[in-house]
Design a protein around this ligand. Structure first.
Ligand SMILES: Cc1ncc(COP(=O)(O)O)c(C=O)c1O
Length: 459
């Protein structure tokens, strides 16, 4: 371990004793001491006391500029005034009906006019909507198999939790031009995994191969148009267009998992950003302003499978009025053209600042960014897929993350496959503080990296 990382870990433990104590208590009743595995890391996770706008405070009273924002759920920022006002106005009018109401049409209209969709249905999480989209695609085609990309995360259901970090382990996952499906944990039926075919992101030949090997068997190809579970990995020129053409040729549906990109890339999400139209879109996270809200949609002819009672979709909490009123506030008052401009300006400032510091220090790395998202990628070359991403120097990344956190900047969620989110409530001053923290550790980061690279080079 880098001595500099050890120093940051010591500082972290000195600054956050109440989190350590709270985690110890949690461990007795919650596996890993957390409510979602993604929140667990060593030595223990920071426990939050409260949050507002672009910041949160931990149990020890330390304040952080927040670019975690609940794993990218809060392009609105914490407790956005428009969302809070809308929710407060509904709280005494019932919190769950299990019956239709007028906000359903209103929000469906917002979604179907912004994204290339004719009809949609609502849910509560990204997991739910990718699961329902895949089922619909299977019903629409009468086929069972799907293609997903190695490393791509689409939630926790059986069709999605395949070939995702922390697995597949290197010795088990096949060649990069012929990746094998690997379960991401125990409890996954082999029969489900057999229906999931794996391809390599930014490699059309691997997708073509799957279609060739499974003629008339593939219902859908699901992907994040920008792969976000390897830091931030952009599709190379022509890749999305190539996928569209392959799906058309083989009669499979193209599903864009826009759980992250839908709200945060630009006004119309990935279809607008890249000019490629999918058959189905999954939305969640930032469309709810911090409340559990998700949606999936497609052409009417696909969604009619639900209307015709051929495909079943339901959910007790679907369109609960609190999430729906929050969603309406988000679409009408948060995801506005003016706010996209504001976030783009902040992103330019942040990315420009990182680039300057990287150039000055000689750190081997680059910044990848798109819309409200970005990440410091500690690689000498651009990451094109999951295998490239695996080469990261984890200790160096941990040094970056703990170093930033100790300087009051939660630069992204913990884990080196994540990325930052800039919210509409961030300010230039927040970005400048973020950049100052990075500038403060960058020399030492570069020196640690050089030391290790030097050692590797001389062996
Ligand atoms: C691209 C993508 N799809 C699906 C999901 C699952 O969403 P949820 O955690 O709301 O179930 C996530 C969550 O991080 C995601 O990033």
């Amino acid at each position: 371990m880098y001595p500099a990382l050890q120093k940051e870990l010591d500082t972290f433990e000195r600054r956050t004793p109440r989190s350590a104590e709270a985690h110890k208590k949690n461990l007795k009743r919650l596996p890993l001491g957390v409510a979602s595995n993604y929140r667990a890391y060593d030595p223990y996770p920071i426990f939050v006391a409260e949050a507002s706008g672009s910041r949160f405070r931990d149990l020890d009273g330390n304040e952080y500029i927040d670019h975690n924002l609940c794993f990218g759920t809060l392009m609105a920022g914490h407790s956005h005034p428009a969302v809070v006002k809308a929710v407060e106005g509904r709280l005494h009018k019932g919190t769950a009906y299990g019956m239709p109401h007028n906000m359903e049409w209103e929000l469906a209209e917002e979604i179907c006019t912004r994204f290339p969709l004719e009809m949609c249905r609502f849910g509560n999480s990204g997991t739910e909507v990718t699961m329902h989209s895949i089922r619909l695609a299977r019903a629409a085609t009468g086929r069972d198999k799907i293609i997903k990309f190695e490393g791509g995360y689409h939630g926790l259901h059986d069709a999605a939790l395949v070939s995702v970090k922390p697995h597949p382990p290197k010795d088990d996952f096949g060649d990069v031009d012929n990746p094998k499906p690997v379960s991401a944990g125990a409890g996954m039926p082999k029969a489900s995994i057999a229906n999931v075919l794996i391809a390599t992101f930014n490699d059309l030949e691997t997708v073509e191969r799957r279609f060739r090997e499974n003629p008339n068997e593939i219902a859908a190809l699901i992907l994040e148009p920008i792969m976000m579970n390897v830091g931030l990995c952009l599709p190379q020129k022509g890749f999305l267009e190539g996928l569209r053409a392959l799906c058309d040729k083989h009669g499979a549906l193209l599903i864009f998992d826009e759980v992250k990109t839908g709200a945060k890339l630009c006004w119309g999400g990935a279809s607008e950003y890249f000019g490629v139209l999918p058959d189905m879109i999954c939305l969640a996270k930032s469309i709810g302003g911090g409340f559990p809200l998700a949606a999936f949609g497609a052409h009417k002819r696909v969604m009619d499978l639900i209307s015709e009672h051929k495909v079943f979709h339901g959910g007790t909490y679907n369109t609960n009025p609190i999430s729906m009123v929050a969603g309406l506030a988000v679409f009408r008052e948060v995801l506005t053209r003016a706010n996209y401009t504001h976030v783009a300006e902040l992103s330019n400032r942040l990315v420009g600042g990182y680039k300057k510091t990287i150039a000055k220090t000689g750190l081997q790395g680059y910044v990848a960014s798109a819309g409200a998202n970005g990440a410091l990628m500690l690689y000498p070359k651009e990451v094109r897929n999951y295998r490239d991403w695996l080469a990261i120097d984890v200790d160096l990344w941990r040094y970056y993350w703990f170093g930033m956190v100790n300087r009051g900047v939660m630069c992204q969620p913990y884990w080196w496959d994540e990325q930052w989110t800039i919210s509409v409530q961030h300010s230039e001053a927040d970005i400048d503080r973020h950049l100052a923290a990075f500038a403060d550790i960058a020399d030492s980061l570069a020196a640690s990296q050089q030391e290790r690279l030097g050692v590797v080079a001389t062996h």
